[in-house]
Design a protein around this ligand. Sequence first.
Ligand SMILES: [Zn+2]
Length: 402
Amino acid sequence: MSELLTRLVPPAMANARRDAKTYAARMAADPATVPGESFGPADWPHYEEAERKERFGIDDATLAPYLELSNVIERGVFYAAGRLYGICFHERPDLAAHMYAPDVRVWEVRDGEGDDAPVLGLFIGDYYAREGKHGGAWMDSLVEQSHLTGRKPVVINCLNLTKPEAGPTLLSWDNVITAFHEFGHALHGLFADTRWPSASGTNVPRDVVEFPSQVNEKWALHPQVIASYARHVDTGAPLPEGLAERLRSQGAFGQGYATTEYLGAAVLDQAWHTLQPQEVPADVTAVEGFEHTALADVGIDDALVPPRYRSTYFAHVFGGGYGAAYYAYIWSEVMDADTTEWFRTDGEGARDGDLGLNREAGERFRREFLSRGDSRDPLVSYCAYRGRDPRIEPLLRRRGLN
Ligand SMILES: [Zn+2]
C-alpha cells in the first residue's frame, strides 16, 4: 500500500505546485493583499474558490430548481439502477405508515419488471433532518441478506436535508452526489447473494467498502440519467446543456492540493503504525519534526501543502476503526476510477457509446462483484469482471495528475 501512496505523491505535488503559482499571482494582483505578504497554505482556500468561480462558476441557486428530491431519487438514482441492473421500485406507503418517523419512505425492490418479478428486498429512504437524528449521510443494513437465515435484505439511506416549510425540496449538487453515493452502498446490500450474513453485502474490508458507492456517483452525470431527473420543478424544462457540461468539466480542478493533503494524512497514519516502540517520539514537541520527516521522505512539501490532519487531532489514526487504514479512501478510488473507465469504454462495459449504461455491463458488475460481498476475496471478484487487477492510471487521469 505504501507503494500506491508514494506513486501518487510526485504527480499530485507537481500539480499542487503549479496551482500554487496561479494563486500566488492572483494574490499579488489582489488589492486586498498587504504589500510584501506572500502566498501560503492559509491563503489557498480563498484563491482556489475565486479561481473555481471564474472557471466553472455555477451557484446552487441556479441549479436548485432542476434538482427536486423525488425526481433525483426516482428518476435519477432508481432510473440508473433500473437501466443497469434491471430492477424496479414499488413504493409501499402501507409499510411507511409503520415507520419510526413521518416522511420516511419505503420501496419494495423487485428483480425485473412486472408484478411477478421476485422481490429482492426493501429500500428505506430517510431524507430529512429532524431533532435527535444523527448528522451526515449514511447507509445501513437493517437486515442482512443470507441464504442461511433465508432473510432478504432491508437497507436504509439517511440524508439530512432541511425540509422546506412548504413546496418542493430542492437539492444542491453535493446532495445529489451524496444520494447516488449512499445508494451505491444500498445496492451492495440489496444485491447480496451469500450464505453467511457476516460475509453479506457491505461486510467487506474497509478499503473496498467505498468502492461501489464511489462508482455509483458517476451515474449522476450520465447524459441519459441527468436528462431523466434534472428537470425544472415548475416548467419541466431540462437542465441547460451548458450547466451539465460545467458540472462535468470541474472533475480535475483543485485535485493536486486535495490529493496531496489527503496523501499527507495517509502517510502519517502509516508512519505512526509502522514505528517500533523505541522510535515513538517521547515528547509532544517532537511530533512536528516526526511529521515533517515522514512527509519529506515521500516528497511532500508540508510548508506548501500541510496534511489534512496533523497527528495531534487526527482521530482516524488511533480511533474510529481506521488504524493504519486511512489510505482506504484512495484505494477505493483507484478501483472506482479503473471501473468507471471500464464502464465507459466501448467493447468493455460500453456499447455504441452508451458509456456503460446497459444491462450487460450492470449484470456483470453485479454478479461478479456486488453480489459476492466478502464470500470471496474482493480482489478476485474485481478481476472476475474487470479481467485484471486494478490499475492506478485511470485515477491519475481523472485527477489531472498525469
Ligand atoms: Zn460511503
